[in-house]
Design a protein around this ligand. Structure first.
Ligand code: SF4
Length: 461
């Protein structure tokens, strides 16, 4: 048995999307494999801030956190403070200028090197910046960060990044610059990771990628996204597979068939549309029209009738007129998304949209956002009310944050279900009838559970 040298305490603080959360989980595993132990911020020898750059808010939070950490560093200069992820990739020079007490900057393509870089800072006692990404011009450079096995107690649900970067270059988005060009992990490597997770108790995986259904381009051993889903569906012990976010233009019929035909692939698709206006879509360089988007939606709904569809909507893109905003409202009414992530556009330096002259004043953005949220809230409540009375298999994830006496879990459609039961159901899939509709999901009544012998016990209905 190898006895690890105890190197000290560490903590990873995360702001941002699921991709950032997955990067943080990777850094956690790597640091622990290197002999570090999780500690509180005040006690940690290494403090890593991992953050997203898609919107301005997480960046402000990181600068504010770095301000707080300056005091700690003055008292304990030997502590190592690192900034990682998209913000580090894009803001390295600014971070070092505004927060000279930062010792380490690690970009998105270098996450797997964090322990080695921390060691270098220790040895050299100088600030280190590591932000290399694969060369966009060289098709042969397809490097993806090597993945660490998750450590610590097994997780019921895990994120698994299957591809990195993006080649779409939407005019508002910084991701192609912060995460580099699109490259996919070999399918065998992903299958092995998910097999290992399932053998440690993971029952649900969410496959991550900026445009997750574009998976597989330029792999040495070809594999489509649909073929990958099929291989993952065969993994013993795994119960559910989700993925996010698919790109509308790359939503091929074989993926729709996989969602319809593979029992572990959940009937849930989060497909960002951004706006309901073709001219704005073109200005955003999204690469599809509303008609193409509608076609994917109608095929999905025809093949998977119980599917839940959710989306991202961006308000206040430069030049958005009242009429164009109305078009987005109409499109939302027409599609009737189960839920939507809605936000006001904020210019990101380095993108084309940030240079567009017709920026929308903040109060108008807020007014439009409020209107859209009101519309979507009513739609979500209406859809959830229509679904009351249905019974769903719910994967029980823990106690409800709203009421500790109740259990909480997700339906296959990804909707939260809270319910009471007089026994420990953690990690089980139980049948629950939806009886109360909420914006966040349902209140439910348990109907039946599986026993160890595969039987179904009927509970009070
Ligand atoms: S598809 Fe567009 S919005 Fe999505 S990550 Fe790529 S550039 Fe950004």
């Amino acid at each position: 048995m190898t006895v690890l040298e105890r190197r000290g305490g560490y903590i990873v603080l995360t702001w941002g999307c699921q991709m950032n959360e997955d990067d943080s989980a990777q850094m956690t595993s790597l640091m622990e494999a290197d002999g570090y132990e999780l500690a509180a911020v005040e006690d940690a020898d290494v403090i890593l801030l991992n953050t997203c750059s898609v919107r301005a808010k997480p960046e402000h939070k990181v600068y504010s956190k770095l301000g707080e950490l300056r005091e700690l560093k003055l008292v304990y200069p030997e502590k190592i403070i690192g900034v990682c992820g998209c913000m580090a990739q894009k803001e390295a020079v600014n971070i070092l200028r505004r927060a000279p007490h930062v010792d380490l900057i690690v970009g998105t393509g270098q996450i797997d090197k964090v322990p080695a870089l921390v060691e270098r800072v220790r040895q050299e006692r100088t600030a280190i910046v590591s932000t290399e990404l694969p060369d966009r011009k060289m098709r042969s450079d397809k490097t993806t960060p090597s993945r660490a096995l998750q450590v610590g107690s097994p997780k019921l649900k895990s994120f698994v990044s299957i591809m990195y970067g993006c080649d779409k270059f939407c005019t508002f988005c910084i991701v192609p610059l912060t995460r580099g060009k699109e490259r996919s992990r070999p399918a065998d490597e992903i299958v092995l990771e998910v097999e290992r997770l399932a053998s440690r108790g993971t029952k649900e995986v969410t496959l991550l990628g900026q445009t997750v259904n574009s998976y597989g381009k330029f792999l040495d051993t070809p594999c489509t996204f649909a073929a990958l889903l099929e291989r993952l569906n065969a993994i013993e012990g795994l119960e559910r597979i989700r993925f996010t976010s698919p790109y509308p233009k790359d939503f091929t019929d074989d993926v729709i068939a996989a969602i319809a035909g593979l029992p572990k692939v959940c009937p849930q698709v989060h497909m960002p549309v951004q706006v309901g206006d073709d001219d704005l879509l073109a200005r955003m360089h999204r690469g599809y029209t509303l008609e193409q988007y509608r076609l994917v939606v109608s095929k999905l709904r025809a093949s998977v009738p119980d599917i839940a569809l959710t989306t991202d909507i961006m308000l206040g893109f430069p030049g958005e007129t009242d009429a164009q905003f109305e078009n987005t409202m109409s499109f939302m009414r027409e599609i009737r998304f189960d839920a939507a992530y809605m936000f006001a556009y904020s210019p990101r330096e380095g993108t084309k949209a940030a240079l567009m002259e017709d920026q929308i004043p903040h109060p108008i953005k807020i007014e439009r956002l409020e209107q859209l949220i009101a519309l979507q809230t009513a739609t979500t409540l209406q859809i959830n009310s229509e679904q009351c009375g249905n019974t769903y298999p719910v994967f029980v994830e823990g106690r409800s944050a709203k009421d500790n006496a109740r259990w909480t879990g997700l339906t296959p459609q990804g909707k939260t279900m809270n319910f009471s039961a007089g026994r420990d159901l953690l990690g089980q899939i139980v049948n629950v009838r939806a009886v109360g509709a909420h914006v966040w999901g349902f209140g439910g009544e348990i109907q039946s559970i599986r026993t160890d012998r595969g039987l179904v016990l009927q509970m009070a209905g």
